[in-house]
Write a protein of this length. Structure first.
Length: 265
C-alpha cells in the first residue's frame, strides 16, 4: 500500500511578489535595451587581432632578480595594507555594532546605522582619492581607505549577527545578577564570534583584491607598480606584477578557507 502524500501544499504567490519579480525582469530588459552594447564589434576580426597582439606583449614576464625583489616588497606592502585595514575595521566595527544592534536605544541604532551606511556606500577607490589629499601618496592612505569602508561593512554585519543571536543566555545571566558587560562577554559574544570571524576572513579576502587596486590612485603596493609599468607600456614587467597579484589572492583565499574550516569543526 502506497504511503499518502504528506507534503504540504505550496504557498500561494501574492500579487506583491509577482509585481516585484515582473519589475525586476522589466528592469533587466530595459538595461540591455538602453546600454549601447556592441557585441558585433567586440567579436570582429580587428578586435580579436588587436587583443591577441596586446596579450603577446605580456610574454615573457620579467624575471630579473632585482625586479622580483621589488615585486616581493610591493606584495608584502599590499598584504600589510589589507591585514591592518581589516583588523582595525573589525575592532571599530564591533564597537559600532553595539549601538547599531539596538543595545543603546532606537535613536542610537538609527544614527549608527546611518553612519555605517555612509561608510560602506563610498567605494575604497573614492576614499583613497580623498585621503590622498590629507595623507599623501603611499600605503597609509590606502590602509585608511580600506579601514573606513570595511568598518561600514563589518559594522552592519556584526550588528545583524548580534540582533539574530538568541537572547536567552544573556538574559539568564542578567537575571542572576551579572553585570551587563559580563553577560554580553560570556553569553552573546561567544555565540556570535564564529559568524563574526567568518565575516572578518571574508572581508580580508576582498581587501586583498581592493588593496591591489588602490595602488592605481597612488596608494602603494602592487597596484601602484602595475599602473607605473602599464603607463610606460612595459608589458613584460606588468605581467610579472599581475602574476604576483594572482598568487597573493590565491594564497590568501586558501589561508582563509583553511581557517574557516578549523573554526567550524
Amino acid at each position: 500500500m502506497n504511503a499518502p502524500n504528506t507534503l504540504p501544499k505550496p504557498p500561494k504567490t501574492g500579487w506583491s511578489t509577482t509585481a516585484l519579480l515582473l519589475g525586476i525582469v522589466l528592469l533587466i530588459i530595459a538595461s540591455f535595451v538602453s546600454l549601447p552594447l556592441k557585441w558585433r564589434d567586440f567579436f570582429s576580426q580587428d578586435a580579436v587581432r588587436t587583443s591577441i597582439e596586446f596579450l603577446r606583449g605580456f610574454s615573457p614576464p620579467e624575471l630579473a632578480p632585482t625586479f622580483l625583489e621589488k615585486i616581493a616588497y610591493a606584495t608584502l606592502e599590499t598584504l600589510a595594507m589589507s591585514a591592518i585595514g581589516t583588523l582595525l575595521a573589525a575592532f571599530f566595527g564591533l564597537l559600532l555594532s553595539l549601538p547599531a544592534s539596538g543595545r543603546f536605544g532606537m535613536g542610537a541604532r538609527v544614527l549608527t546605522r546611518g553612519v555605517l551606511n555612509v561608510l560602506r556606500s563610498i567605494p575604497e577607490l573614492v576614499w583613497a582619492a580623498i585621503l590622498l589629499i590629507a595623507a599623501g601618496l603611499g600605503p597609509f592612505a590606502g590602509t585608511l581607505a580600506l579601514t573606513i569602508h570595511t568598518i561600514g561593512v563589518l559594522g552592519r554585519l556584526f550588528a545583524d549577527t548580534l540582533e539574530n543571536c538568541p537572547p536567552l543566555p544573556e538574559a539568564s545571566l542578567r537575571i542572576n545578577g551579572s553585570h551587563p558587560v559580563a553577560a554580553f562577554l560570556y553569553a552573546t559574544l561567544p555565540q556570535s564570534s564564529p559568524q563574526m570571524m567568518s565575516y572578518v576572513l571574508y572581508r580580508w579576502e576582498n581587501n586583498i583584491r581592493a588593496a591591489a587596486i588602490l595602488g592605481v590612485v597612488g596608494a602603494g603596493g602592487l597596484g601602484q607598480m602595475l599602473k607605473y609599468h602599464l603607463s610606460l607600456f612595459q608589458m613584460q614587467q606588468a605581467a610579472s606584477v599581475i602574476m604576483a597579484m594572482l598568487i597573493l589572492v590565491c594564497t590568501v583565499d586558501a589561508i582563509s578557507f583553511g581557517l574557516r574550516r578549523v573554526m567550524t569543526r
